[in-house]
Design a protein. Structure first.
Length: 689
């Protein structure tokens, strides 16, 4: 390889474009209704990355100190990892701390899975299964959602040297055409061969954006025969360039379009191309302004830092304890921390030797690995005793004070009791439990499935489960107790929708759910139907008497539709009290020997009250019991004897004799301990078939 090219000069305007991109992304994340087009900031980052990769590869390709392609490629990878890895691994580590200490228990499992992907730069993989990117943005419960773009970049780094080498070997006349062809193929692939999710997350479907950046650099170098470097290379001040009016018009467009308050269709390809064109034009004072260039300087820190802060702010907002202006505090905190991080850690580590940064990155990577896989590590070091119970206890085992569960720690102090540890574990694994092993696993809840592993020659009956999320909550237990009687088990549930009465606040969604239940019953005609559902509006006050009550009338007419499609019998879960989300306090209350009757009692709703009961089920039970009495095919099964303490005359959703092990989770499902409590009821039902 021979040396080529003249002296290089930094490009402040590129940092200005980087500043526009990060401002657009921050606006889109914090105020999506005001800045609906801000998502294109990430597309601009990809173009900038393509320009920078081409610049670095071209500069080192013509460096005589690299005598082999191996040295050339390894130097490129080392420089990229040196720039990205230390801060990236540090931010993963810092982001995990609030996940374990502040976020809801049910967010832990999702964040562990996404954190593992982020650690290995594969966050862009599998998003179709978990929900698309924009759905994940609206939920904001995953602090690593934003790492998908860095995963795309790092995966692009793997093969960009070979793309560059392909063009370089073709010679100056064909090099640009080579990248035009690669970019065009990638664009056509993203438009005609990919689903929207694949086009968003797939590296091959994003290569066209990187290619535009690479083409921009090739045009610049062919025009001026100089290599340009970014501000981070700390070289001389830029020279003055002649300007033309149209470049300022394009600059105004590239600033205003991402921040335009109305959604612009098909903006991504247009702005991507516009960004590449602007890079080829001479620099200008707007993009070189101190505000935009410094925003570009801190963009990497700001991109990594802002999303975990936003996720925490969104969490507080969903609980109703934030004020409208607190989004300003979240943005201010993101910017302030990014500046501090850039001026201290980022500037410091970029000056260190490769050997030092390798050790630092390895230590941070290992720390993250230990946190993300601590459950597996602890279970490997001290495996819990195998048991057939979902809660991990042995039959008849009593959890005493001072004993510990070795399966998981999650920053719980060593003085905590086994009950508190188990309660936390069951909350963490609650949503994962909704996906029965025979029905599918993952973060996304599987609402439709036909359970696998059944022998149709063994079982005799077609069984079907419907309901709200309680049907999914019971799916694993139901399979374990009923599979020997079943030739098939169909599970259909919809979150927040009772199968006998549509919730008014989600009327369209729940009417669709009821139609789905009807369609599946028509398709399968099960021998037995099981309805698992906790009450919502079915527990509202009865209007007049049950005969004319509109809620009951709708329930009755809906049940008649179902029973006509069931060959033998419909089993319906009778209702227990509606409970609140204070289950995380149960073990502490029991261990401190508080007045448990007061803890059980239903009180008038007050802020921060500790009552476990939000609403008594009398109205719902009256409706269900009359429903069953008028239906020859129907039979109720009831959990009330298990959860109602006749001595204290209160609903009791915890195991007082077992140090406060909870029967419920904070997402108002039955915990593993609660499922074991009701197991005999399900077992008896299945034996009676």
């Amino acid at each position: 390889m021979t040396e080529k090219g003249g002296p290089s000069e930094k490009r402040l305007d590129l940092q200005g474009i980087r500043g526009i991109a990060i401002i657009s992304v921050i606006g889109f994340h914090f105020l999506p209704s005001c800045f609906p087009n801000g998502y294109v900031g990430v597309d601009q980052f990809f173009v900038l990355s393509g320009f920078l990769m081409c610049m670095l590869l071209r500069k080192s390709y013509h460096n005589p100190s690299f005598s082999s392609y191996f040295q050339w490629i390894s130097n490129f990878y080392i420089r990229r990892l040196k720039r990205i890895a230390p801060l990236y691994f540090l931010l993963i580590l810092v982001a995990l701390l609030p996940v374990f200490t502040i976020f809801p228990y049910t967010a832990v499992d999702a964040n562990l899975k996404s954190g593992r992907k982020a650690l290995f730069f594969v966050s862009n993989q599998g998003n179709e299964e978990e929900g698309n990117y924009f759905e994940m943005l609206s939920l904001a419960i995953d602090v690593f959602t934003h790492t998908w773009s860095l995963s795309v970049e790092v995966q692009f780094y793997i093969f960009v040297p070979f793309l560059y080498l392909l063009g370089a070997k073709l010679g100056n006349n064909l090099e640009l055409l080579c990248h035009v062809a690669i970019g065009l193929l990638s664009f056509l692939y993203s438009k005609f061969y990919c689903t929207p999710e694949e086009a968003f997350n797939s590296v091959p479907a994003r290569v066209w954006q990187f290619s535009i950046g690479m083409m921009a650099h090739l045009l610049v170098t062919s025009k001026e025969s100089e290599s340009y470097t970014l501000l981070t290379d700390n070289e001389e001040e830029p020279k003055e360039d002649s300007t033309t009016n149209y470049k300022y018009f394009l600059t105004v467009l590239i600033i205003t379009l991402p921040l335009f308050p109305l959604e612009i269709p098909h903006l991504r390809p247009f702005l991507t191309l516009l960004t590449g064109i602007l890079m080829v034009l001479p620099t200008n004072f707007i993009l070189e302004s101190r505000f935009l260039t410094y925003s570009g300087d801190v963009s990497y820190s700001l991109y990594l830092i802002h999303w975990p802060i936003y996720a925490y702010w969104k969490l507080k907002m969903s609980h109703g304890d934030v004020w409208n202006w607190q989004w300003l505090l979240a943005i201010a905190a993101s910017i302030s921390l990014a500046i501090i991080c850039f001026e201290t850690f980022e500037k410091w580590y970029l000056k260190q030797s490769n050997q030092f940064l390798f050790i630092l990155s390895l230590l941070l990577f290992s720390s993250n690995l230990g946190l993300l896989y601590q459950r597996e590590v602890l279970n490997w070091i001290s495996p819990p005793e195998k048991t057939d119970r979902l809660d991990g206890l042995k039959d008849g085992e009593v959890v005493g004070y001072g004993s510990f569960y070795s399966g998981i720690t999650f920053f719980i102090p060593e003085s905590s009791e086994k009950a508190e540890r188990l309660n936390r574990l069951w909350n963490i694994e609650d949503l994962a439990n909704i996906n029965a092993p025979t029905c599918g696993n993952g973060v996304k809840m599987v609402q439709d499935c036909e359970h696998t592993g059944l022998d149709p020659n063994n079982g005799k009956y077609k069984l079907m489960i419907i309901g709200n999320s309680w049907a999914g909550n019971h799916g694993r237990l139901f399979y374990e107790e009923c599979h020997s009687k079943a030739s098939s088990i169909i599970e259909r549930w919809r979150n927040g929708c009772e199968p006998l009465y549509p919730q008014k606040s989600h009327l369209e969604q729940c009417n669709q759910a009821i139609q789905i239940f009807e369609d599946k019953l028509k398709e399968h005609h099960p021998d037995y139907l099981f309805i698992f559902s906790r009450f919502m509006e079915i527990g509202d006050p009865i209007q007049g008497n049950l005969t004319v009550d509109p809620v009951y009338q709708r329930m009755k007419s809906q049940l008649e539709v179902y029973t006509k499609l069931v060959k033998r019998k419909v089993f319906i879960m009778d209702q227990i009290a509606e409970f609140t989300m204070h289950q995380d306090q149960i073990a502490k209350e029991v261990m401190e020997r508080k007045d448990l009757v007061e803890f059980d009692l239903f009180l008038n709703p007050k802020p921060f009250q500790k009552s476990l009961v939000a609403r008594h089920p009398e109205m719902a039970r009256q409706r269900y019991q009359k429903l069953a009495s008028e239906c020859s095919k129907c039979e109720l099964f009831d959990y009330k004897p298990l959860f109602f303490n006749r001595t204290t005359n209160t609903w009791r959703f915890y195991d007082e004799a077992n140090s406060g092990l909870t029967y419920l989770t904070t997402t108002v499902h039955l915990s593993f301990h609660g499922l074991e409590l009701v197991r005999p009821v399900i077992r008896d039902l299945c034996r009676s078939l």
